[in-house]
Ligand binder design. Structure first.
Ligand code: IPE
Ligand code: IPE
Ligand code: MG
Length: 253
C-alpha cells in the first residue's frame, strides 16, 4: 500500500476550501456503501471495506486541514454483528491494518485517536491496536479521530438510564434534579461536543442507531457516493453546505 500521509496536503485549491471562521467542531460520519462499491466492481464485500480505509485517511487529512476538532467515524454498529462471520472478522482486523500503516503519521500530525463503543465483544487484537493508538496519541492536542466501534445508541441510552436508576435506588442521586448535561455525561460520548455536522454516504437517509441523543440539533448532509469513493472535495462540499445553513435551535434568527 502506498503511504501518502506525510506528503498528503489536500489537493483542492484555496477557493474550494471552506470558510475558516465557521468550521464545525465535531463532524460525525456514517461511512456507508463499502459493500455496494465492491459489488459494482465484481469484488468481495471485504474489498470494499479495505478500500474504505483510504477514504478514512482522506477525510481525516481534510478535517485536520480546516481545523475540525473532532471527527467521529461510524465503523461498526452493534447491529453489524449479524453479518456473515467472515465479514465481521475482516472488519475487526481493519483497525490494526489501518493503524499499522498510519499510526506514525497520526502521531506526527498531532492527532488523538479514540474509540467510542463497548469493549466487551470486541476481539483482543482489535482492542490492543486501538489501545496502543490511544496511548501513543494521548498527549497530542490536535484533531480527535474517534472510531465508533461496537456502538449503538439505543443501548447507550438504556445503559445510562440503568446507571441512573441504580444511583437513585442507592440514594446517591436525586432523580428530580437530573439535568440534560448530567445525562449526556452518562453516554459513551461523554466529553465530546454534540456533532455539528453529520455526513452519511451511499444514498441512505437514516441514522442506523447512531448518536440518537447527540444529534438533536445536528445538521445532516447526505451523499450518493459510496464511502470508498468519498474524497476531500466531497468533505469540503459538506462543510460549505453546513456553513450556508442557519442553526436556530428552536428559536428565531
Ligand atoms: C459500511 O458499508 C461499513 C459498515 C457498515 C461496516 P456497508 O458494509 O454497510 O456497505 P453496504 O451498505 O452493504 O453497501
Ligand atoms: C451503518 O451502516 C453502520 C456503519 C456505517 C458502521 P449499515 O450499513 O449497518 O446500516 P443499515 O443496515 O443500512 O441501516
Ligand atoms: Mg450499509
Amino acid at each position: 500500500m502506498v503511504r501518502i500521509w506525510k506528503k498528503s496536503k489536500p489537493e483542492s485549491d484555496a477557493a474550494s476550501i471552506p470558510d475558516p471562521h465557521n468550521v464545525p467542531k465535531h463532524v460525525a460520519v456514517i461511512m456507508d456503501g463499502n459493500g455496494r462499491w465492491a459489488k459494482q466492481r465484481g469484488l468481495p464485500r471485504i474489498a470494499g471495506h479495505h478500500a474504505g480505509m483510504k477514504a478514512v485517511k482522506r477525510v481525516t487529512i481534510a478535517a485536520d486541514h480546516i481545523g475540525v476538532k473532532a471527527l467521529t467515524m461510524y465503523a461498526f454498529s452493534t447491529e453489524n454483528w449479524t453479518r456473515p462471520q467472515e465479514e465481521v472478522d475482516y472488519l475487526m482486523k481493519l483497525p490494526q491494518e489501518f493503524l499499522a500503516i498510519e499510526l506514525q503519521e497520526l502521531i506526527e500530525k498531532n492527532v488523538q485517536v479514540r474509540m467510542t463503543g463497548w469493549r466487551e465483544g470486541l476481539p483482543a487484537h482489535t482492542l490492543a491496536a486501538l489501545d496502543q493508538a490511544e496511548a501513543d496519541t494521548r498527549h497530542n492536542t490536535g484533531l480527535i479521530l474517534n472510531f465508533a466501534l461496537n456502538y449503538g445508541s439505543r443501548r447507550e441510552i438504556l445503559e445510562a438510564v440503568k446507571t441512573l436508576a441504580r444511583e437513585t435506588a442507592d440514594g446517591q442521586r436525586d432523580i428530580d434534579a437530573l439535568t440534560e448535561e448530567e445525562f449526556a455525561r452518562k453516554l459513551l460520548t461523554s466529553g465530546l461536543p454534540d456533532p455539528d455536522l453529520m455526513i452519511r454516504t451511499s444514498g441512505e437517509l437514516r441514522l442506523s442507531n447512531f448518536m440518537l441523543w447527540q444529534s438533536a440539533y445536528t445538521e445532516f448532509w447526505f451523499s450518493n457516493r459510496y464511502w470508498p469513493e468519498f474524497g476531500e472535495a466531497d468533505f469540503y462540499e459538506a462543510v460549505k453546505e453546513y456553513q450556508r445553513r442557519t442553526r436556530r435551535y428552536g428559536g428565531l434568527k
